[in-house]
Design a protein around this ligand. Structure first.
Ligand code: NAD
Length: 365
């Protein structure tokens, strides 16, 4: 069973789907691993380390001509063409609904495991790349905000005077939001947080932040731990109720997402206009339309004196750890997919396990 690790080709992508540490474990379990030359270099993993771990280095064609292809980002058409017909594909498909790339993969007889379909169960946690990468995004978002904010985050008392702590508001207290709260607290900021799911209140408090309580007249808790979309009336109430606390914020980190929907608008232009000049908004929902309508995806812009950060790939800015977590998630997944006996790894029935069955894409839906 040959596994391929290609170089990720999306602009700005620095992660790699497997690391030398994980490659060694795969080789020990009887897999043959081929790595495209330079695949890990941008994440800090040189070719020589993969070779030392037991992988063979190859060109692009060699990395795609395998039984099991491991990717981080969605492939393009040329990459799909290079894949071995009937092979297995594991990666983020990054799609909802209509999908030409997925159709091509299926037309080649490939079995596709889409990582964003990982069920949210305790057993699946160790394989969940959405969680591991969101965690990194939440951390890196605060680092980005701190670097762009022209003042201190902690309170400072010096012989030249004192500085008040920054007031940070985190919107959306899921995986990324909770890590953003924890990071901003570690940097000494005064942190407030809000989520539409009521169960997050305790988590916000346990991280030393202050929960923002709003009465929207309806619950935002949806299925499988995700939020559901609010009614138009509740959305309007939410924007109005948040406006005051947001206008007083110096840094806002927004992470509010609803799977396969446009992100809800939580920070209006009016709020941005009222914020103190030099404030920073990091919008982690930029790729889904943004939690602020002034956010520009993949760009950093200034509006009404406020810096809006719309970068859409924060994990790629922490590429070594992001790749290490991603690779370990995939190793844990591979371990439930194969039986490793004396005759080498044997693929199990992917429909028989609730995790792989949920991830297996049979048709474009
Ligand atoms: P997500 O990335 O889909 O959304 C981010 C957050 O935005 C969520 O907390 C959501 O409630 C919030 N949000 C959506 N609309 C909002 C609005 N209008 N206003 C304010 N907030 C809004 O979510 P996520 O971070 O992936 O996780 C959500 C939950 O699922 C968490 O409780 C997490 O612990 C859980 N989870 C469980 C597993 C597992 O058990 N394997 C894996 C991942 C996540």
């Amino acid at each position: 069973m040959k596994i391929g690790i290609p170089l990720e080709t999306r602009p700005g992508e620095r992660r790699v789907a497997s690391t030398p540490e994980v490659v060694k474990k795969l080789v020990d379990q009887g897999f043959a691993v081929v790595v495209e030359r330079g695949a890990g270099v941008r994440a800090g993993y040189p070719d020589a380390d993969y070779e030392a771990a037991g992988a063979s280095l190859t060109d692009r064609a060699g990395a795609y001509d395998v039984d099991l292809l491991l990717r981080v980002r969605r492939p393009d058409e040329t990459e799909v063409e290079a894949m071995r017909a009937g092979g297995l594909y594991i990666g983020l498909l990054e799609s909802c609904g209509e999908d030409a790339i997925l159709s091509r993969l299926l037309a080649k007889g490939m079995r596709v495991l889409a990582l964003e379909r990982m069920p949210r169960t305790s057993r699946a946690q160790a394989m969940d790349v959405l969680s591991s990468q969101s965690n990194i995004a939440g951390y890196r978002a605060v680092i980005e905000a701190a670097a762009r904010y022209g003042r201190f985050l902690p309170m400072m008392m010096t012989s030249a005077g004192s500085a008040k702590p920054a007031r940070v508001v985190v919107l959306g207290a899921g995986v990324a939001g909770l890590q953003a709260i924890a990071t901003a607290r570690r940097l000494g900021a005064d942190v407030y947080a809000y989520d539409v799911r009521p169960e997050t209140r305790e988590q916000i408090l346990s991280l030393g932040a202050k929960p923002i309580d709003l009465d929207l007249g309806e619950s935002g808790a949806g299925e499988g731990g995700y939020a559901r979309e609010l009614s138009d009336e509740a959305k309007a109430r939410q924007q109005a109720a948040l406006a005051d606390v947001l206008a007083k914020a110096h840094i806002i980190v927004t992470t509010a997402l609803i799977p396969c929907r446009r992100a809800p608008v939580l920070v209006t232009e009016d709020v941005v206009r009222q914020m103190r000049p030099g404030s920073v908004i990091v919008d982690l929902a930029a790729a889904s339309g943004g939690n602020c309508p002034l956010t520009v995806a993949d760009a950093i812009v200034e509006r009404h004196g406020v810096t809006l950060v719309g970068l859409t790939n924060f994990p790629a800015l922490v590429p070594a750890d992001a790749s290490a977590f991603y690779a370990r998630n995939l190793l844990n997944l591979i371990e439930i997919m194969f039986e490793c006996g004396a005759s080498g790894p044997k693929l199990k029935d992917l429909t028989a396990d609730d995790i792989t069955a949920a991830m297996l894409v049979q048709a474009v839906s």
